[in-house]
Write a protein that binds this ligand. Structure first.
Ligand SMILES: Cc1cc2nc3c(=O)[nH]c(=O)nc-3n(C[C@H](O)[C@H](O)[C@H](O)COP(=O)(O)OP(=O)(O)OC[C@H]3O[C@@H](n4cnc5c(N)ncnc54)[C@H](O)[C@@H]3O)c2cc1C
Length: 387
């Protein structure tokens, strides 16, 4: 395979796309790499959008994943601000929004995900989602203007934005259909602590209430609640998860199912086309898995680079690590919480807490709130921790 490959087209200039390019160069690939991204900015670090970019004054944070000279050193054909609109997988041909068509020996789909949206949401500048740098800059401007922020969705992005907005001293209400957000992966006790932290910081938590409608009039945005009543505010962030960006791939012939289906080497149903990151749904004997975490995207990109240069040794396993930051707290999670049949929350001597999740006697997942050292020690014992 290696000798046959002299050009690679990568669609999506996020962490997965960039890491594919880096991984190829690190492995001595000296052919042509074209990196296509529909955002105008060079590859940047999306996790900063709900944290530093919101918290610090505009322009103070450099969100780029790598400095300019490192990017230049990769020797890429960088095509930014241009969308890939069509793919012919067998011809390995990508048609771009500027009319160009790129043909490479391999095509990598690293086009990520878009923010989920609620049905029937009016088109109103006070109602937004958060996925891109421009979304974050606009949200920061809205926060600067003052007023009350309502967030629908108390997951990681909703919770991080709530924290950032409170640190900027804005009034915040979080609405979530689930009574205790995070309980499914972190258990009731740790999830309860997270909710307490938000409440103590002044976030109004309206939980266990579904959203029946979203509206906007001259004075306010309005979120209708199941069971009656409504929350009103000046701005609304809809933070209800993400959807893989496969809209442009429908009908192209690749197998799609909650993302682009790939095998363990990240090959799609047309092996010359590979996929990684938030858009990839990895087939496995115990079920398909699509990740929406930064390290998973980087790890998968590494596997794509290996596959393209012909390294078909079994890819390393993953321990599915991710993190979250809110206020002055840091949460680490690794492993497979859903496999656990019991969980024990242990207080850490430094005021943090560690949740050890076991199946029988085997540690299958660990989550730590402000307990990094203990987390790292336990993480090393998890399956897939070899990396
Ligand atoms: C606000 C926020 C905070 C987050 N915080 C954390 C965190 O704390 N910890 C964590 O583990 N994860 C976090 N994540 C998740 C993490 O950022 C993602 O898992 C990661 O960015 C996925 O990388 P990716 O390269 O697969 O996709 P993306 O980062 O989405 O990059 C894909 C790129 O492809 C572009 N693209 C899409 N379609 C096309 C097309 N047709 N043509 C050209 N370009 C296209 C997109 O515009 C985008 O630039 C966060 C995500 C968000 C939005």
């Amino acid at each position: 395979m290696a000798s046959a490959v002299s050009s690679v087209t990568v669609v999506g200039a996020g962490v997965a796309g960039l890491r594919v390019c880096e991984g190829l160069r690190e492995r001595g690939f000296d052919g042509r790499i074209t990196l296509v991204g529909d955002e105008v900015e060079p590859p940047y670090d999306r996790p900063k959008l709900s944290k530093e970019v919101l918290l610090r004054p505009p322009g103070e944070v450099d969100p780029r994943l790598v400095p300019e000279h490192v990017l230049a050193g990769l020797g890429l054909d960088l095509v930014l601000g241009v969308r890939a609109e069509r793919l012919d997988p067998r011809g390995r041909r990508v048609v771009l929004s500027d009319g160009r068509a790129l043909v490479g020996d391999r095509v990598v789909l690293a086009c990520g995900a878009r923010a989920g949206q609620l049905p029937g949401v009016p088109d109103d500048p006070r109602i937004r989602t958060l996925r891109s740098l421009s979304d974050a800059v606009a949200l920061r401007k809205a926060l600067d203007a003052g007023g009350h922020l309502v967030i629908v969705g108390g997951g990681f992005i909703g919770a991080e934005v709530a924290a950032s907005a409170r640190l900027l001293d804005r009034a915040v209400t979080v609405v979530d259909a689930v009574e205790l957000p995070f309980a499914r992966i972190l258990g009731a006790e740790l999830a309860g602590r997270l909710r307490r932290i938000h409440r103590e910081r002044g976030v109004e938590m309206v939980t266990g209430r579904g959203v029946t409608s979203v509206g906007a009039d001259r004075d306010a945005v309005r979120v209708g609640l199941a069971g009656g009543g409504a929350v009103r505010g000046d701005h609304l962030l809809v933070a209800v998860g993400a959807r893989p960006r496969v809209d442009w791939l429908h009908g192209c012939g690749l197998a799609l199912d909650d993302g682009v289906l790939v095998d363990a080497h990240h090959r799609t149903t047309v092996p010359e086309v590979l996929a990684c990151g938030d858009v990839a749904n990895v087939r496995a004997a115990d079920g398909d898995r699509r990740s929406e975490h930064w390290f998973a995207a980087a790890e998968q990109a590494e596997i794509v680079a290996r596959t393209i240069v012909g390294d078909m040794t079994p890819p390393p396993g993953s321990d599915h690590y991710f993190w979250s930051d809110f206020y002055d707290h840091h949460l680490d999670v690794a492993g497979e919480p859903t496999l656990a049949d019991r969980a024990t929350l242990v207080d850490d001597e430094n005021g943090g807490a560690v949740l050890e999740m076991r199946r029988g006697d085997t540690l299958v997942a660990v989550a730590a709130l402000d307990a990094g050292r203990r987390f790292r020690r336990l993480r090393r014992t998890l399956p897939g921790a070899a990396r």
